[in-house]
Design a protein around this ligand. Sequence first.
Ligand code: SAM
Ligand code: SF4
Length: 347
Amino acid sequence: MDITRLLDPVAPASFGSEMIDPFGRSITYLRVSVTDRCDFRCVYCMAEDMTFLPKRDLLSLEELDRLASCFVEKGVKRLRLTGGEPLVRKNIMHLIRSLSRHLESGALEELTLTTNGSQLARFAPELADCGVRRLNVSLDTLDPDKFRQITRWGELDKVMAGIRAAQAVGIRVKLNAVALKGFNEGEIPSMIEWAHGEGIDFTLIETMPLGEIDEDRTDQYLPLSKVRADLADRWTLRDIPYRTGGPARYVEVAETGGRLGFITPMTHNFCESCNRVRITCTGTLFMCLGQEDAADLRAPLRASEGNELLSNAIDEAIGRKPKGHDFVIDRTTRKPSVSRHMSVTGG
Ligand code: SAM
Ligand code: SF4
């Protein structure tokens, strides 16, 4: 028996250290959706009248901690909290503070978040204090009216204040923007110029067919191959080997001197190097963002105080991680390829 478990029976045990899937991919990156709720309703992400999970179905912060810590014990080096909006979960800083112990111990290399930035001004100093060094902020436009339109009621000023607050405490901000036909298509170059002028990396994301929304996705879908070709007419884009552990592929824009990333699940299949899995706020493990197969970890988590059952359930699920996804957006397939929203699995 592991000595730490004699001292502390709920400490994660060292059952089988590394998680290797059937295709030889080592799982070192975990995204945890800490809530499905959000203070925005981005049109490509959520319907206006979303039904959220009943609060009783959510894992407690202590359970999320135990679950994430078990993954750290099993070789996860990077942990990203997401949602919904992670910073609207009540007492979220308790969880972040607690998880930061894995940074201190050296077990975890990175603890980070994907956020809409609305609450960042309030939380940035404490996040920095907990060892958060990088944040992804999602921002699809720099125009306050368009921002209100895409988020249905968000205020751009608050997000900007949040970005500044994070930078002021030394957190590196990366911006993520979903490329949306007829919405921000024309604004992409000026957003890149602005971000690079601020020393901020900028990443474009293709819309993915996740969950029913109020609009037609074929109207929103803008292939990044086209965006990239348009940008290449304007600027010199040089492929660079820079990686952040995620699926983005980067170029350097010679004219701005900044980095530009492309996340292209639809036009380029990035599955072969996938090192990640995701857990929802109810403890469901998704081995692939683009597939329905999942494993319930809440039952083994709650079944005993030790982590043996949980660890076995994780191993069994990793053994089923699929080779890749098969997203489709076309006019004949009106239904989303995957019925759950991004806010459930976490972006
Ligand atoms: N609320 C936080 C935020 O907006 O950053 C974290 C959760 S959000 C679901 C994570 C990312 O997923 C955001 O960058 C968002 O733009 C993106 N996203 C949401 N729905 C998407 C979809 N259907 N296709 C592509 N990206 C999507
Ligand atoms: Fe909320 Fe993020 Fe989805 Fe927008 S993309 S509705 S901010 S979860």
